[in-house]
Design a protein around this ligand. Structure first.
Ligand code: ZN
Length: 602
């Protein structure tokens, strides 16, 4: 055994969740926030001109607070993920959330004092050597500041939010915990599954009959509680729309697009490319259905594994996975390989397969120590190796920007998935190449198709549903029957009416519709995936790829997404060409899949 399966958290805060250092940090941060608030109240734009030295101190303090919150946040999340039953985590989370709200208020104040600076002076301010590196971020903050209401009202909204939007979001978790799915499996045996277990089986159970039997039971379980979920969704969305209206907009996509620093034109182009280029994925689904002995695939078959004879795939030990990732990262970028090696060696990763861990995987950075931590459960499948490569891609992104000012590290969700998807693509392709038999290759290509199927079809459906739901919600409360109809139509449209079954209650079962921040938790994924594919396509041609890739990552919180692509890739994101280069790579995979499976269906 070379690499440890457990991470080191003591180097962040020694002594676990009740760490004395953590408590000290919480207290210090609390007073830093209070003192920044006072200084902002007293700051006078006119007397600080033209050098703005006082302002420089204020913005530095804000960034230090952000870094401290990040450092504590990753630690508390990490302890909770590795030990879900730890009773001391929730109170710490609540304390940190409370601090976060206070910091947000102070940040709002800072945005508003920037509005006091006249335009001509603001340009001079941004040109000072200390502020020039964060000029883009300060401009963004000033623009936000123009829409903020007075301090008292903003503070009231954020306090109400704790029992409003944020409360509905956590109420959703409580509701989901009460959902049970009773059904009879193919042998007539009665089983009851939790929502999480049922979801895993619905999409991932190897037996097509089991999945088909489970779908109606799954829909029924959500039907039984649909009014409760409809209330939750309506009120969460209603709160959000009221908040938007108070800040001067009825366009519910304005803030989500702004948060991702991208234009509506870019988003529309992406959807156009997706809609115009999905036929090959529908053909793929028809082929998959044929391999499962069906005419059309059902909703429950889209992401299902294919169990072909002789397709037992290679299982990795953790050390094998580590050297596989380091080796294949190295073919694209020695610096990516070095970072991955560093992460394994310095115990940044919690990978052990044991009870008591949270599901899923994540990467977070520790801004004060320029490190990252990765959480996942490694069982040895090629899929786990790809997940590990995904999270290490995130860690690479963090590592190349860790020397920049904190504001310059604040990249948006759409570009956040760029480096991760890139890392995952490298390893998923290497897995397919390493397959020893055709059956193994088919299995791996099928697993690799989960991403494009999700992006082009499933998330497309979710986006169509969500925009139409918000349009309707602006006029009225939306009934469960209407929600089901909106979702069913969105799925049929996105999947080209090609499936034999659908999941009309996805609006209730999908957590993403209930996340309070950020809104529209769907299109940034599609952007990130296709953006990464486009870069991957370029990487396979260009020789000097590594440096230009790092330069792009370093600018991810320094300009709009369109400017980023123009500067570092020389492409116009509002035109289809760049996106189509990425689509071509998926088409190649599907063509391979079709060729390899031809003999099996004829
Ligand atoms: Zn990710």
């Amino acid at each position: 055994m070379t690499y440890a399966l457990n991470w080191d958290l003591d180097s962040l805060f020694p002594g676990g969740i009740n760490s004395a250092q953590l408590k000290t940090k919480l207290t210090q941060t609390q007073s830093a926030i209070a003192s920044l608030g006072d200084l902002l109240d007293r700051w006078d734009a006119a007397s600080d001109a033209p050098a703005y030295q006082q302002f420089e101190k204020l913005i530095t303090q804000l960034q230090q607070i952000d870094a401290a919150l990040g450092q504590m946040g990753i630690f508390i999340t990490a302890v909770g993920s590795a030990d879900v039953a730890n009773p001391d985590v929730a109170p710490m989370e609540a304390e940190l959330r409370n601090l976060g709200t206070q910091a947000e208020n102070v940040s709002g104040k800072l945005k508003k004092v920037l509005v006091q600076v006249p335009d001509a002076n603001f340009a001079a301010m941004l040109a000072t050597p200390a502020l020039q590196p964060i000029a883009f971020n300060l401009t963004e903050m000033r623009n936000d500041g123009k829409e903020l209401l007075d301090d008292k009202t903003e503070a009231l909204i954020s306090r109400l939010n704790l029992d409003g939007k944020a409360a509905w979001s956590s109420h959703y978790d409580s509701l989901v915990a009460t959902v049970n799915v009773p059904f009879h499996d193919a042998n007539g045996k009665a089983v009851t599954l939790s929502a999480g277990q049922a979801d895993n089986n619905l999409l991932g159970n190897a037996d097509p009959q089991y999945r088909a039997d489970l779908l109606p039971a799954w829909e029924q379980a959500w039907t039984d509680k649909e009014q409760l979920f409809a209330d939750t969704l309506n009120h969460l969305a209603g709160f959000r729309l009221t908040e938007y209206a108070a800040h001067g907009t009825t366009d519910f996509l304005r803030d989500p697009l702004r948060a991702n620093r991208m234009s509506a034109a870019t988003l529309n182009t992406i959807w156009q490319v997706v809609d115009d280029n999905k036929q090959f994925l529908l053909d793929y689904l028809d082929r998959k259905a044929a391999l499962l002995g069906k005419k059309h695939a059902g909703w429950q078959d889209v992401e299902a594994p294919l169990n072909l004879p002789g397709s037992a795939i290679h299982q990795f030990t953790y050390d094998e996975a580590a050297s596989f990732i380091i080796k294949h990262y190295g073919e694209f970028s020695p610096k990516m390989a070095a970072l991955a090696k560093h992460a394994f060696e310095h115990r940044w990763i919690e990978a052990e397969d044991r009870a008591g861990k949270a599901p899923g995987g994540w990467m977070e950075s520790a801004p004060e120590t320029n490190e990252s931590r990765i959480f996942m459960t490694f069982t040895g499948s090629p899929n786990d190796v790809a997940t590990l490569a995904h999270e290490l891609g995130h860690a690479f992104h963090s590592s190349v920007i860790s020397d920049l000012p904190q504001l310059r590290q604040d990249y948006a969700m759409n570009v956040a998935e760029t480096a991760s998807t890139f890392g995952e693509l490298i390893v998923a392709d290497a897995n397919v190449k390493a397959a020893k038999t055709d059956a193994e290759k088919i299995t791996l290509l099928n697993a690799k198709m989960d991403n494009p199927l999700a992006m082009f079809l499933n998330i497309r459906a979710r986006y169509l549903f969500e925009t139409r739901f918000y349009q309707l919600r602006q006029k009225k409360l939306v009934t469960p029957a209407e929600l089901n109809e909106l979702m069913l139509n969105a799925q049929k449209e996105a999947f080209g009416h090609d499936l034999s079954t659908y999941s009309p209650h996805l609006w209730a079962s999908k957590l993403h519709f209930y996340i309070d921040e950020p809104a529209f938790y769907n299109f940034p994924y599609v952007f990130g995936y296709l953006f990464s594919l486009g870069i991957y396509a370029k990487a396979q041609q260009a020789g000097d790829f590594e440096d230009s890739y790092i330069a792009l990552l370093r600018d991810t919180a320094n300009m709009t997404t369109e400017e980023l692509a123009q500067k570092h890739l020389g492409v116009d994101l509002t035109q289809p060409d760049f996106w189509l280069a990425g689509v071509k790579l998926i088409k190649r995979d599907v063509a391979d899949f079709m060729r390899l499976t031809d003999p099996l269906v004829k």
